[in-house]
Design a protein around this ligand. Structure first.
Ligand SMILES: Cc1cc2nc3c(=O)[nH]c(=O)nc-3n(C[C@H](O)[C@H](O)[C@H](O)COP(=O)(O)OP(=O)(O)OC[C@H]3O[C@@H](n4cnc5c(N)ncnc54)[C@H](O)[C@@H]3O)c2cc1C
Length: 369
């Protein structure tokens, strides 16, 4: 009989992990407080701690480099795996998965060594990034007096978050996955739930729990949040554009596709818990993006605001926690939380690591019998 694995969380990490566990032939139940729903119905106050609806969400390469924390190398590997999964899903479900492939454009005012090393005269794509990576000529930079020092473009993907997450949830349930709406205090709680509470039969034991709860549900001194304020506008855009400003702030757009408009961003405010959007910040974001990529303004010459967005990126000092732990008196918990501002772009790589961790634990337990 297949072993039963319970995934706590129905954000992009829990959903991706649940689908890959299902493919690995486990019986899988998702237990979560929040599930995907139409973005238009999402309440900004009560759903503020469910991050996945409020993300961009696009893939932007964050290159590893010897001068940067080693964890970035693992994250980069996760992002490459995610890119491949997104290509496959988009090819098989172009109209329903909520994924769009388009150009990613970057303009940096203060490129770090990791960006400068990406392209050398002898090797124009030193990291072998997929998607026709190329450096931009200076003549292609925004005309703003030479503030941009480095730019590149490549083919990348964006998702409309709630279209995409709803697609993943539907796919999971269609393939026999179970879902239970429940708020938990700790991941270990699942081991005390009886089978019928988890959509199965009493007596069905839980072999492993995946902790994809965003912020962790376990004491973790490294966890915090990074507030992000963005603004959804009705205009479409032909690329996802990211600009790093010299003062460390960011100006970007993420087209959502599927009649979802375009997200203009955005702030990154560590440990700021304010749920209210600021109208001054909104005006600044729209102005800066219009200057960086005037094409989006069209003939009208201005952007049409649909909605302000405030989200809390589940940030972890030292990088995401993707590792297994045997919880005394409970059982094996595979942690997959703390994805910060990169949950979508790392999602399938993390999900593969989750399956590997669960399989190693279950095989080890079987060998000990
Ligand atoms: C403004 C903004 C822009 C962003 N842009 C991007 C981007 O361009 N690209 C990108 O990759 N990422 C982006 N992100 C980050 C991305 O949205 C997050 O990394 C991702 O959504 C985290 O997903 P998650 O599944 O880990 O957590 P969540 O989406 O928060 O899901 C957590 C799940 O756990 C459940 N849960 C939590 N606590 C409990 C409990 N006590 N009991 C039961 N269930 C519980 C929740 O109900 C939910 O189902 C952005 C985020 C913001 C805010």
């Amino acid at each position: 009989m297949p072993q039963h694995v319970v995934v706590v969380g129905a954000g992009v990490i829990g959903l991706s992990s649940a689908i890959l566990l299902q493919q690995a032939r486990y019986t899988v139940t998702i237990v979560a407080r929040d599930f995907p729903a139409p973005f238009e119905t999402m309440d900004p106050l009560t759903k503020i701690n469910y991050t996945s609806p409020w993300g961009g969400a696009h893939n932007r390469w964050v290159p590893p480099h010897p001068s940067l924390p080693a964890t970035l190398a693992r994250e980069h590997a996760f992002s490459l795996r995610t890119y491949t999964h997104m290509q496959n899903l988009h090819a098989s479900h172009p109209d329903t998965a909520g994924i769009t492939f388009l150009k990613g454009v970057e303009y940096l005012e203060r490129p770090g060594p990791e960006h400068l090393a990406l392209s050398t005269p002898s090797n124009p794509n030193a990291l072998n990034l997929p998607g026709n990576f190329r450096l931009l000529e200076e003549s292609e930079f925004p005309a703003d007096g030479g503030r941009v020092k480095w730019g590149c473009e490549y083919d990348t993907w964006c998702v409309n978050p709630m279209v995409y997450c709803s697609f993943l949830l539907r796919r999971f349930v269609h393939r026999g996955g179970r879902v239970v709406a429940r708020e938990l205090r700790r991941p270990e709680e699942v081991f005390a739930m009886i089978g019928s509470e988890l959509g199965g039969n009493d007596g069905e034991a839980v072999a492993a729990v995946v902790n994809a709860s965003g912020t962790g549900l376990v004491p973790d001194p490294d966890m915090t949040i990074t507030r992000g304020q963005t603004c959804l506008v009705a205009e479409d855009c032909d690329a996802t554009v990211t600009r790093q400003n010299a003062d460390g702030s960011w100006t970007f757009c993420v087209p959502r596709g599927f009649e979802g408009g375009t997200v203009i961003g955005g702030t990154k405010e560590v440990n700021n818990w304010d749920v209210k959007p600021s109208m001054e910040v909104r005006a600044e974001l729209l102005k800066k993006f219009g200057e960086t990529y005037p094409k989006i303004l069209g003939e009208k010459g201005e952007l049409t605001v649909v909605r302000d967005i405030v989200g809390r990126r589940p940030t972890r000092n030292g990088g995401p926690r993707v590792e297994g732990e045997v919880m005394p008196g409970a059982g094996f918990v595979m942690h997959a939380y703390g994805l910060g501002g990169r949950g979508y772009e790392l999602s399938w790589g993390v999900a593969e690591a989750v399956v590997e961790g669960v399989e190693a634990q279950i095989r080890g337990a079987e060998a000990r019998l």
